[in-house]
Structure formats: structure tokens, C-alpha cells
Design a protein around this ligand. Structure first.
Ligand code: TTP
Ligand code: MG
Length: 363
């Protein structure tokens, strides 16, 4: 089982997401500064910038900035002879569809996925076993997203969600930053404290008054001092400055799926072991599905990771919604079989991990 392995967490964040989708779909915008957001109305517009591509960010334009300010900056740049910016209203429906397809690509490779926003997700990939394999996993994921969606993303990998999240932001755009457990302190030390999620203007200003702007400086503050100043949040800060975070990756909110996975002690292609473990996984998925208040599922997804880490998923959508443990077991078993024979496993590779997930849920 995965219990005693070090955790390996991946964080994926699409680059300049809304703007990148527009650039992709409208070649005439390619390489031009692009601002997605409210109508600027020649500088009189109200509302804000949703996002700007990297060319527009060079003009100082960024998310949440008043659109009138963005307009002013774009005009100033134009006067300097820089390319004229394009302002677009954007289509949230389109971005949501692209987002769904990207999340599906991630879910086809990782069983435990937590989507945190339209363009951002965590995956627990501890079963990769080591950070080298995890890095390869991330490269393949990035390549697939590039190939299928013609979009770039940035990925961070770390021993927990905190480090993975900070890491994905370090080399944007199109970055990949891997921080193994032994590198955590050194990775954090030179960074400004505001990269720590939760340190906003208020905590930032309070720490700045103490002369603290980098995480290295924050690391030097004793626990008692932080608790005296910030209470419970102070002790959280103490841990975060050291890169500590044990929060699990979990599908939350209105879960779109319920899934479980298991890594075997030893790679196997023994049919008896595989069916026994699959049944136990299916029971566990069914237990959580019921506990979380779901009534029916329509899609069953089965994932295998072979001994060489190649990962494949197969899904089956039923013509009618189902709800019993038996039907889940039965469907999962049907999905497993091709991985044991020639159809999906021509080289007869052993299996390292299996996962079962239900989707298209009703509650
Ligand atoms: P982000 O991931 O924060 O930004 P981004 O993807 O545009 O750029 P980056 O390369 O730095 O990751 O947000 C994802 C999308 O969410 C973004 O494209 C537009 C939308 N969004 C808003 O509408 N308003 C906001 O204030 C922010 C931050 C994002
Ligand atoms: Mg993003």
C-alpha cells in the first residue's frame, strides 16, 4: 500500500489561461498583447481585467486591474511605438469547456485529482515512487496538453500541496519545477514571503514592519514570537515557512467523481490478485460514493499503471444510471480484462497500480 511512501504532489496551472485560449483560436491575435475582461469603452469602462497574455503583462497589465487602467497603459505603450493591445470580452463557456478537457487529460493519468479553479488542479502522484519518475510524468502531461489543446501550462512538483503550488509559479510560462523533500528549505529561503498562500497585504505589511520580506528571514522567527503576534495563524506561518503541509489532495465541493487507487507491494499480472484488489477498491469507492450522498453513477473509469509507469485509463458510460456495488464491480472488472490480455497489454507487462473511479454522478 501507499501509506509509507513519501508523498509526491503535482500542481498544474494553465498559462494566461483565458488569453491563451483566445490566441489559439484567433491566429490574428497571435503574439499581440491581449487583454480579456470588461469592455474598456475607450478608457471609460468600468469592471476589471480577467487576464492578460504575457505580451500585455509587459505593459504592466494584470488580472483584477481596473480595465480603464489597463486601457491607459496600453495607450501609453502604443505611444512608445509598442504593438497595440487587443481587448476582448471573452467567453467563459468556452474556457469552461477547454478546462474540462484539460482536467480529463489529468484525470486519465492520475486517480486522485483536486481541481481548485478553472485552470488549476492538484494531483497526488505519490505512487510514482520517486521525484524522477514524477518529473517524467509531468513532462508527458505537459506534452499531451500541448498536443491535444495547443496550450501551455506550468507544473510544480513537491512533497506537499504548499510546495507544489509555489513551485508551479516559479518558471511561468511553460515551466516545470521539481522540489524534492531535501530541497524544500533551500527552495523557499530566497523567495519573498508573499508567495506563501495566505500571506496577503495584511500579514505582509505586519511582517515587513519587523523587517521580514524573505522566507529565510521568516524562518528565523521563533514560534513563540509568531504566535504572540498572529495567534493560530502564526503557528501556521511557522510551519509554512518550513514548507510543511499535510493537507490531502481531495476532490471537494460538488465532487464530479469519486475514485480510489492502490499501489501493489509487488508488480503483478496475477488475475486472482488483480480481481481481488479491484473488488476491494470498488467496494471502497462505492462506500465513499454512498457516504458522500450520491445516488447514481453512469461512468466507470478504470486506470492501470504498468511496471514501466505507462498509465492507461478506460471508461465505460452505461446507458442507464446505476447505483449498486455489484454493478460497479462488474463494470470495473470488464474494464480491467483488456489490460491483462493482448488488447491493451501486448507486451504482457506487470501492473503496478490500479484505480477505480465513478463519474456522471447524481445526488
Ligand atoms: P490564473 O491562473 O490566476 O491566471 P492566468 O492563467 O491567466 O495566468 P498565469 O499564467 O499567471 O497562471 O487564473 C486563471 C484564469 O482565471 C485567468 O486566465 C482568468 C481568470 N481570472 C479572472 O477572471 N480574474 C482574476 O482576478 C484572476 C486572477 C483570474
Ligand atoms: Mg493560470
Amino acid at each position: 500500500m501507499a501509506g509509507h511512501m513519501p508523498r509526491i504532489i503535482l500542481h498544474l496551472d494553465m498559462d494566461a489561461f483565458f488569453a491563451a485560449v483566445e490566441e489559439r483560436d484567433e491566429p490574428r491575435f497571435a503574439r499581440r498583447p491581449l487583454v480579456v475582461g470588461a469592455d474598456p469603452k475607450g478608457g471609460k469602462g468600468r469592471g476589471v481585467v480577467s487576464t492578460a497574455n504575457y505580451a500585455a503583462r509587459k505593459y504592466g497589465i494584470h488580472s483584477a486591474m481596473p480595465i480603464s487602467e489597463a486601457w491607459r497603459r496600453a495607450e501609453a505603450a502604443k505611444k512608445q511605438g509598442e504593438p497595440e493591445a487587443v481587448f476582448l470580452g471573452g467567453s467563459f463557456k468556452k474556457y469552461a469547456e477547454v478546462s474540462e478537457r484539460i482536467m480529463a487529460l489529468l484525470r486519465a493519468r492520475a486517480v486522485i485529482v483536486e481541481q481548485v479553479s478553472v485552470d488549476e488542479a492538484f494531483a497526488d502522484i505519490s505512487e510514482m515512487g520517486n521525484f524522477g519518475s514524477a518529473e517524467k510524468f509531468a513532462r508527458e502531461l505537459k506534452t499531451e496538453i500541448q498536443k491535444k489543446e495547443r496550450l501551455t501550462c506550468s507544473v510544480g512538483i513537491g512533497p506537499n500541496k504548499l510546495i507544489a503550488k509555489i513551485a508551479s509559479d516559479r518558471q511561468k510560462p511553460n515551466g516545470l519545477t521539481v522540489v524534492g523533500p531535501e530541497l524544500v528549505e533551500g527552495f523557499l529561503a530566497p523567495l519573498p514571503i508573499r508567495v506563501i498562500p495566505g500571506i496577503g497585504p495584511k500579514t505582509g505589511a505586519a511582517l515587513a514592519r519587523k523587517g521580514i520580506t524573505t522566507i529565510a528571514e521568516l524562518q528565523k522567527l521563533p514560534l513563540e514570537v509568531l504566535v504572540a503576534d498572529f495567534g493560530k495563524w502564526g503557528s501556521d506561518l511557522y510551519g509554512k515557512a518550513r514548507g510543511e503541509d499535510d493537507s490531502p489532495v481531495e476532490e471537494r465541493g460538488e465532487a464530479k467523481s469519486v475514485g480510489e487507487q492502490e499501489t501493489f507491494e509487488e508488480d503483478t499480472k496475477d488475475m486472482n490478485i488483480l480481481t481481488a484488489r479491484l473488488k476491494s477498491l470498488a467496494s471502497e469507492v462505492h462506500r465513499r460514493f454512498t457516504k458522500d450522498g450520491f445516488k447514481t453513477f453512469r461512468t466507470v473509469v478504470f486506470t492501470v499503471r504498468f511496471a514501466d509507469f505507462e498509465t492507461k485509463s478506460r471508461a465505460h458510460t452505461l446507458s442507464e444510471p446505476a447505483h449498486t456495488r455489484e454493478s460497479l464491480e462488474f463494470e470495473a472488472l470488464k474494464l480491467l480484462l483488456p489490460f491483462i490480455d493482448r488488447r491493451e497489454n501486448p507486451k504482457g507487462k506487470k501492473i503496478r497500480l490500479i484505480g477505480v473511479r465513478v463519474e456522471k454522478l447524481t445526488s
